[in-house]
Design a protein around this ligand. Structure first.
Ligand SMILES: *Cc1c(COP(=O)(O)O)cnc(C)c1O
Length: 445
């Protein structure tokens, strides 16, 4: 044991070749504070550890700290919009726009023509009008925020009628009845779980009815002895009694997924065309863009949302707006749309996946090419798997191999079934194949 005054100086530790490289990962302040905390700890124990041990202990602190930031993950699950893995990967164009706008100043709220304050939402609004067919649009932090803003604006202290078959909990704490309660609106449930009729809505109308609301069931479906009210019927009723219809679409497709051989999902255009006053959906689900809550609809309704002071607390930043606008621009043709990773993954042919899988089995002797099912995810078509190709690693204990893959750099999240550990190639970008192969080899070693 050495005397306390022999503790090394802070600057010597900061410059140590083991410690210094962590500055890039955790920043100068965190680096200094890890060093100071460890020195404090040594003083507290009245024991000065050898220099090498001190450095190793600081290394452990920094390693833990570095792991607190986000890590890239290779998604081998076959679930394209995996909420736990960050939903939609962004298109190169969207990322370039975010980098260009984020690295300097922009006309975020500045009108270059007049040389005066401008609107944060103007540019993205015109793209959203074009893509949705709606008269006006607004963007907030996420779809939950969109629903909250709508309810706060139109339904505080009033009643909102919702069918019992649509009182959804999405996960991650979004439960429609709870959001309604938080916004100060009263939920009026109508119908039975399996059957709801237009007359149920009619009977529930009162002088306090502010809205009738539809919500996409997202992660469940009700089958068998069922009856539902479609949007157009509800809009017609709303028109007769002067109550607007709001639709929480959740995933918000701009494209008919039928083009990709999947069942038809209700699109944003469908909802707008049916006459909903406001339609809300996420930016990072089927749209394939950044996290955002998008509201499209009638101009007077959007104008009321825009004047709600709550909007200031829910607003999106310039990076999101830049990435969202570029993503929307890619919708102008099918060819450019498939530069959005979601559509590239959805549209990849089985032959192309099989060819890529060939490169994996060439490198990894024990690997096999197998057929499997991929899923859209993000609350769209929850029960509808579609054909995909995976690399299977048949091992004695697949769970422990899956755990080693998760602990790798980069981490690989795989699926396990009776065939072993499965890596679905549909959710892996072709550019990531070499990295993924190396990660698999590392975990198998
Ligand atoms: C996903 C979803 C939401 C929540 O969207 P976020 O963008 O994650 O806030 C809300 N409503 C429905 C119907 C959904 O599917």
């Amino acid at each position: 044991m050495q005397a306390l005054r022999e503790l090394p100086a802070v600057h010597r530790l900061l410059d140590d070749p083991v410690i210094a490289p962590y500055e890039a990962l955790v920043g100068r302040d965190a680096l200094r504070s890890a060093v100071e905390s460890e020195l404090q700890h040594a003083r507290g124990t009245h024991a000065v550890p050898p220099y090498a041990e001190l450095v190793a202990r600081i290394g452990v602190r920094l390693e833990a700290l570095a792991a607190q930031s986000l890590l890239p993950v290779i998604n081998g699950t076959g679930i394209i919009l995996h909420t736990n893995l960050g939903r939609a990967p962004l298109a190169r164009e969207a990322l370039d726009a975010a980098r260009d706008i984020g690295s300097g100043y922009s006309n975020l709220e500045y009108d270059l023509l007049e040389g005066a304050r401008g609107s944060r939402y103007a540019r993205v609004t015109s793209l959203l009008r074009e893509a949705s067919g709606a008269a006006d649009a607004l963007v907030v932090n996420n779809c939950a925020a969109a629903v909250l803003l709508i309810l706060d604006t139109f339904a505080k202290g009033l009643e909102v009628i919702v069918s019992r078959n649509q009182l959804v909990e999405i996960g991650g704490g979004f439960r429609l009845p709870d959001v309604l309660e938080r916004s100060g609106a009263t939920l009026v449930e109508v119908g039975a779980t399996n059957k709801v009729y237009l007359r149920d809505f009619e009977r529930a109308l009162s002088a306090k009815t502010a809205l009738m609301m539809r919500s996409h069931p997202s992660n469940y479906s009700i089958e068998g002895f069922v009856h539902d009210v479609d949007a157009a019927e509800l809009v017609a009723l709303g028109g007769r009694v002067g109550v607007p219809i709001v639709e929480d679409l959740g995933s918000g497709a701009f494209v008919d997924l039928g083009e990709y051989g999947l069942p038809r999902e209700r699109t944003v255009r469908d909802a707008v065309g049916d006459g909903a006053a406001l339609v809300a959906f996420s930016g990072d689900k089927l749209l394939g863009g950044p996290q955002a809550g998008i509201i499209v609809g009638a101009a007077p309704a959007i104008a009321r949302l825009r004047s709600n002071p709550l909007l200031r607390a829910l607003r999106v930043d310039k990076l999101t707006l830049a990435a969202l606008a570029e993503t929307l621009r890619l919708y102008r043709s099918r060819e450019s749309r498939e530069r959005i990773p979601f559509y590239a993954m959805l549209g990849a042919s089985l032959d192309s996946l099989r060819a890529r899988a060939g490169a994996y089995v060439e490198k990894i002797a024990s690997a096999q090419i197998v057929e499997c099912e991929a899923f859209v995810g993000g609350g769209a078509l929850p029960k509808h798997g579609f054909p995909s190709i995976a690399v299977a690693l048949p091992v004695a204990s697949p769970q422990s191999l899956a755990a080693r893959l998760r602990g790798g750099k980069p981490a690989v999240v795989a699926r396990v079934d009776e065939r072993g550990v499965l890596i679905d190639l549909r959710t892996i970008a072709p550019e990531q194949d070499a990295l993924a192969i190396a990660a698999l080899e590392g975990a198998l070693r």
